[in-house]
Design a binder for this molecule. Structure first.
Ligand code: GLN
Length: 533
């Protein structure tokens, strides 16, 4: 396509309506028609990136190939599109202000008063258009975080208003709202949507398409009413009914012709509906499992499922690949102790110990690793989960005195998990971990090699601590082997216990790279190991 088209997705009425999933679904449909599409998320908070946020705030922090710590919606974009995102795909208010203030300090504004309009909005627009330069993408979908009407979203909505003028017919706005069902009167209510569109109109933005989240089908009357009150074509009022899995949404949006509405808007001719075959094959396997397994996920943020978003989704992909229903039993690591662990873990076909930071819940995680190791239950340790397996092995197999990670105990006698050399001088917290994709070389005849079917892999990282190589020989003699090593730095990236049915700890985060079309090999292999023949 000659010029990039820009699609903005805003949200109204409440948060958590699934703007990210609607954006990803639309992108999927356009991609299936042969267009190149990328999605960007603009977050209205002041943190420069979500890397410093506690997962209780906004869920998991997602990491891209180029090492950006981003909003978890980027995970959806990658899982749906099977295309990498980057630092440019997630921008926060904090980053915008940081850039503008840096320029001001540098003298770039030549004595002008620096203001929200035009300086902040100019920087927002520059960030939006950045993805469209170079002609790499036919469509850039920009999701505006938050809900219209929020004070903090205003500069973004104002930027959209300005871009509509600048880009003219290369631009459109999709507004996602909720049509609640009032049980008492048995009615669907459109008033919140009308108000939300009014709020958008007050900011000078007329939406082109309305996507209405609803628990019940929308009648023609309701669509008419919304179209009338909100100045949109009736055909551009799209129903988005609750479905069982987010992976149904592209199929539903195709039925509602969301992609056709968009292409029509841009006057782009289009042919028959793409058949989405691989996607439907995945859905079919997901919905018709032949086996069922239960995996205990041991973590300290289990009250909030979004804290483990990518892991949960990786199990959906790997489950479908194995035609297996994967039930996740969330076990709070703080509840795992000597008197509870057998009860909490005895029904698990596999145990996964999650990534994490800090001391809370560590003892419970170590017990879970011990239980898995001693009972030959498949074990998958991710990042901190690998470090935990190493600590447990030191304690109960090597019988080292006071083994620990330096993160948990600065003074421990045997720091089997050490602070990485390049981390020793770092004091700033934001964006300073070992982040992004690094290569790893695998040993043959290992679970890792079997899974990847390749000796050279690249995986994404987010950590400060590492396996302490001083102990490597001691470990391998006792039966825990380093099966994946970074070829440049010699850092241990994977440990395995070959005698065990399936015991793998990885220093990286495989969950970030699992997609519907490419389920992650380690997750697929782990789920396979948990199936009882
Ligand atoms: N806290 C550990 C480290 O920094 C593990 C990090 C993680 O699990 N992502 O090394």
């Amino acid at each position: 396509m000659a010029t990039t088209k820009y699609i903005f997705v805003t949200g109204g009425v409440t948060s958590s309506l699934g703007k990210g999933i609607i954006s990803a679904s639309l992108a999927k449909l356009l991609q299936a028609r042969g267009y190149s599409v990328t999605i960007q998320k603009l977050d209205p908070y002041i943190n420069v990136d979500p890397g410093t946020l506690n997962p209780y705030e906004h869920g998991e922090c997602y990491v891209t190939e180029d090492g950006a710590e981003t909003d978890l919606d980027l995970g959806h974009y990658e899982r749906f599109l099977n295309v990498f995102t980057s630092q440019a795909n997630n921008v926060t208010t904090g980053r915008i202000y940081q850039d503008v203030i840096n320029k001001e300090r540098h003298g770039d504004f030549l004595g002008k008063t620096v203001q929200i309009i035009p300086h902040i909005t100019d920087e927002i627009k520059r960030r939006i258009k950045l993805l469209g330069t170079g002609g790499k993408f036919d469509f850039v979908i920009t999701e505006i975080g938050g809900t219209v009407g929020d004070i903090e979203s205003l500069p973004y909505v104002e930027s959209v208003r300005q871009l509509r003028w600048e880009l003219k017919n290369r631009c459109m706005v999709i507004h996602l709202t909720l049509v609640p069902f009032l049980a008492a009167s048995g009615e669907l209510k459109t008033k919140p949507t009308q108000h939300s569109v009014k709020t958008l109109l007050e900011a000078g933005v007329q939406p082109d398409v309305l996507v209405l989240r609803t628990e019940h089908p929308l009648t023609s009357d309701i669509k008419n009413k919304v179209a009338n009150f909100c100045n949109v074509q009736k055909e551009s009022v799209v129903e988005s009914r609750d479905v069982n899995t987010i992976y149904e949404v592209p199929i539903e949006m195709q039925k509602e012709k969301l992609d056709e509405i968009v292409l029509n808007h841009f006057n782009i001719e289009f042919g028959a509906k793409p058949d989405l075959k691989p996607w439907k094959t995945f859905l079919n396997k997901y919905k018709n499992p032949k086996h069922e397994v239960t995996i205990a996920l041991v973590g300290k943020y289990v009250e909030l499922k979004d804290a483990y978003k990518s892991i949960n989704e990786a199990f959906v992909h790997a489950g479908a690949a194995n035609e297996t229903k994967v039930n996740i039993n969330y076990v709070h690591s703080e509840e795992v102790n000597e008197s509870t662990y057998v009860n909490l873990l005895k029904d698990a076909d596999g145990i996964i110990v999650t990534p994490g930071f800090g001391h809370r819940g560590i003892a419970g995680k170590v017990l879970a690793a011990q239980y898995a190791r001693e009972n030959n239950v498949p074990y998958f340790g991710i990042c901190l989960g690998m470090q935990i397996a190493v600590i447990e092995f030191a304690k109960n197999v090597l019988k080292l005195e006071d083994p620990n990670s330096l993160e948990m105990d600065r003074k421990c006698k045997n720091p089997v998990i050490n602070l990485m050399e390049e981390q020793k001088m770092i004091t700033e917290k934001g964006g300073t971990m070992r982040l992004g994709s690094y290569p790893c070389k695998l040993l043959k005849d290992t679970h890792a090699y079997d899974a990847y079917q390749s000796a050279k892999i690249n995986e994404r990282h987010r950590h400060r601590y590492e396996f302490n190589n001083i102990y490597q020989e001691m470990y391998s003699k006792a039966g825990m082997i380093a099966t994946g090593i970074n070829p440049e730095t010699e850092l241990v990236e994977i440990v395995e216990i070959p005698k065990h049915k399936w015991f793998v700890g990885v220093q990286f985060h495989p969950e970030y790279k699992s997609t519907v079309i490419n389920p992650h090999p380690l997750f697929v292999s782990f789920v396979k190991a948990t199936i009882k023949e």
